[in-house]
Design a protein around this ligand. Structure first.
Ligand code: ADP
Ligand code: MG
Length: 250
């Protein structure tokens, strides 16, 4: 069974189509990279998948269970209890880290597991310390976000997402706010998660990284999937938009 299925998703902002009939699925353990020009709808697609946006048409299923769907143009959401279950199955890592500035690192990581998931405090703290060690931040538990580099902040936000024990992670351009030397440390963390078979959907401009790490790549253009396939298929494609896109990057 697919972990995530997106079927015929359409999204408009004020009557303007931003996502035009997109369908794809993500299997357990799979790493999907989403690439494409700025404004092609990549962030909106992630926001629809994670229920941060409504949709005009389509169906979104997690583990075979309907999370969001439309019937005759009307939007339906899974019931609150089921939605909570669905929401706890994924984590999100944003471009701008989105840490709570007034919380220490350890509190950023432990707050939601304790308050939202109602898990036992001691266990959550113990696990958070293990996660911090794994992220190379063992000595930063009591620091505040503003005392950390961008790369360190992004590693905290990855730890925060992992603390909720998600089945899959979404990344929206996790390195685009970082200097090149800090980008590498985040890509390394994601590569490590890949070796642990974490299911991931990664929107990225790092073409070399996408090519090396992804099992499958979706190239988006103007709100639609222009090509999808293995990295080899996508990067060797003669699709004109893809070639233009790669040309602009180099
Ligand atoms: P990408 O992440 O690929 O750069 P986005 O998903 O951010 O693209 O944006 C796709 C299109 O949707 C753009 O034209 C953008 O201006 C528009 N858009 C995104 N979010 C909103 C919003 N909240 N309101 C109106 N238009 C939006
Ligand atoms: Mg974006």
């Amino acid at each position: 069974m697919s972990l995530l299925e997106m079927k015929h998703i359409k999204k408009e902002f004020s009557g303007v189509s931003v996502i035009r009939d997109i369908s794809f699925s993500v299997e357990q353990g799979e790493i999907l990279a989403i690439i494409g020009p700025s404004g092609s709808g990549k962030s909106t697609l992630l926001r629809c998948a994670t229920m941060l946006e409504t949709i005009e048409n389509g169906e979104i299923l997690y583990m075979g269970k309907k999370a969001v769907w439309t019937e005759n143009g009307k939007l339906f959401l899974a019931k609150k209890q089921q939605r909570r279950e669905i929401e706890s199955c994924f984590g999100l890592v944003f471009q701008n880290f989105n840490l709570f500035p007034h919380f220490s690192v350890i509190k950023n990581i432990t707050d939601a597991p304790i308050r939202v998931q109602k898990r036992e405090k001691e266990t959550v703290y113990r696990e958070a310390e293990i996660l911090l060690k794994k992220m190379g931040l063992a000595d930063k538990a009591d620091a505040y976000p503003h005392q950390l580099s961008g790369g360190q902040q992004q590693r905290v936000s990855i730890a925060r997402a992992l603390a909720l024990k998600p089945k899959m992670l979404f990344f929206d351009e996790p390195t685009s706010a970082l200097d090149p030397e800090l980008t590498g440390e985040i890509l390394k963390v994601i590569k490590n998660l890949a070796t642990e078979h974490m299911t991931m959907v990664i929107v990225t401009h790092e073409m070399k990284f996408a090519r090396n790490v992804a099992d499958r790549i979706i190239f988006m253009d103007k709100g639609a999937i222009a090509i999808q396939g293995t990295p080899e298929e996508v990067f060797s494609s003669e699709n004109q938009r893809m070639q233009e896109f790669l040309g602009k990057l180099s």
